[in-house]
Design a protein around this ligand. Structure first.
Ligand SMILES: Nc1ncnc2c1ncn2[C@@H]1O[C@H](COP(=O)(O)OP(=O)(O)OP(=O)(O)O)[C@@H](O)[C@H]1O
Length: 364
């Protein structure tokens, strides 16, 4: 899928913007001064694809001041069926809205998300390597979902079951009742962990390959921690730890505590690597995930790169972009200017100027 047209209205400072994209040059670069609205363009594509922004959970702040709702519309070209697909969403400050696919109302965001897989690399993506495990879980689960769509419902059923067990733990319910609920939780936890582990095996191989291509780092290791002790079944683990969970008032371990651990020479990366090296590891994770999507027949992943140039020297910046271009993905990225992009990259790039919330295609 290739987005050929994008219309945004009422999101941050973007008003009545309409842009067309060249189907040949798949990299679109939005340049402009600070506060011009470049990141907001990427945010709009993210909202369309996922229903959420990547930088704010507050709709009140995302929707432009003085208006009630945002509207985002895209037209995409589907090469496999040689047809166009129109996706439109609108959302108001209460989170209510409407989504349409080729004009037909649809109920679930999941339908759009599976059609429009999107991967973001933005300044907050550093959290993938230095932030709390939640970021890495979200990253991994997004990957699992795109190769196994049923994972979405599995994860939400697990969340619900864990919530029920926690309520029983907090109310000091009878252990026999807690055990009855635990059985369902265990089945869901096992299925989730199995899906994650399978995905992780493939991610690890790709990640190590990309790290070798992008960096000079040696002995970079990535491990998957499923969220509870390696040696024991989840059922036995929960049973043995029931007293402690009752004391805590919640299920302390399980898939909700899973993590990806990245180390270099056996040391935590955040303690020993520079900002640029950390960013390259983030890029490697993103590229690895993209390659996996591709391997699973999903060649449609869109990449949103917000301020890729920052922290990367010219050589590494262009290396990352070359890898992305070689994958044939549609890329939307931002930068304050054109400095530091190689001529080869710029030849394959469509440049747009963003100024005070208005977008115009460069005529140079
Ligand atoms: N709800 C809103 N309504 C109207 N304008 C908003 C709203 N939220 C943010 N803005 C403004 O919209 C603009 C959005 O900027 P954005 O972050 O997209 O800029 P940018 O071009 O990426 O800048 P930078 O280079 O500094 O990262 C800013 O000028 C901001 O003050």
């Amino acid at each position: 899928m290739l987005i050929t047209q994008l219309k945004i209205d009422g999101l941050r400072n973007l008003k009545q913007c309409s842009v067309s994209f060249d189907p040949i040059r798949k990299v679109s670069l939005f340049i402009g001064n600070n506060g011009a609205g470049k990141t907001s363009v990427l945010e709009a594509i993210h909202c369309l694809a996922t229903g959420n922004s990547f930088r704010s959970s507050s709709l009140k702040h995302l929707i432009a001041q003085g208006v009630d709702a945002y509207t985002i519309f895209s037209k995409s070209y589907l090469s496999h069926s040689d047809s166009d697909l129109a996706i439109g969403v609108t959302k108001n400050k209460d989170g209510k809205g409407e989504a349409r696919l080729n004009g037909e109302k649809i109920k679930s965001q999941e339908t759009i998300s599976s059609l429009l897989p999107v991967i973001v690399l933005e300044p907050g993506s550093f959290d993938l390597v230095i932030g709390s495990p939640e970021y890495r879980r979200r990253f991994m689960d997004w990957g699992v979902f795109h190769v196994k769509h049923e994972f979405w419902s599995l994860a939400s059923r697990f969340k619900k079951a864990a919530k029920q067990r926690n309520a029983l733990l907090r109310s000091h319910a009878a252990p026999s009742l807690i055990r009855t609920f635990t059985r369902q939780l265990v089945n869901l936890a096992d299925s989730m962990s199995e899906a994650r582990l399978e995905y992780f095996g493939a991610l690890k191989d790709e990640f190590e390959r990309v790290v070798a291509q992008l960096t000079d780092l040696e002995n970079v290791e990535i491990r998957y921690n499923r969220g509870w002790s390696k040696e024991v079944d989840y059922a036995d683990y929960l049973d043995a730890n029931l007293e402690k969970d009752l004391e805590a008032g919640y299920t302390r371990y399980g898939p909700h505590r899973a993590d990806l651990i990245i180390r270099v020479n056996g040391l935590p990366v955040k303690e020993v690597l520079s900002r640029g090296q950390l960013k390259l590891l983030v890029c490697a994770l993103v590229l690895a995930q993209c390659r996996l999507f591709e391997r699973h027949g999903n060649n449609e992943t869109l990449l949103l790169l917000d301020d890729l140039p920052s922290e990367l020297d010219e050589e590494h910046r262009n290396k990352v972009l070359q890898q992305l271009i070689a994958m044939g993905r549609q890329v939307f990225m931002t930068s304050v200017d054109l400095g530091g992009f190689s001529r080869t990259i710029l030849e394959q790039t469509q440049v747009f100027h963003v100024k005070q919330g208005k977008i115009t295609a460069s005529t140079d």
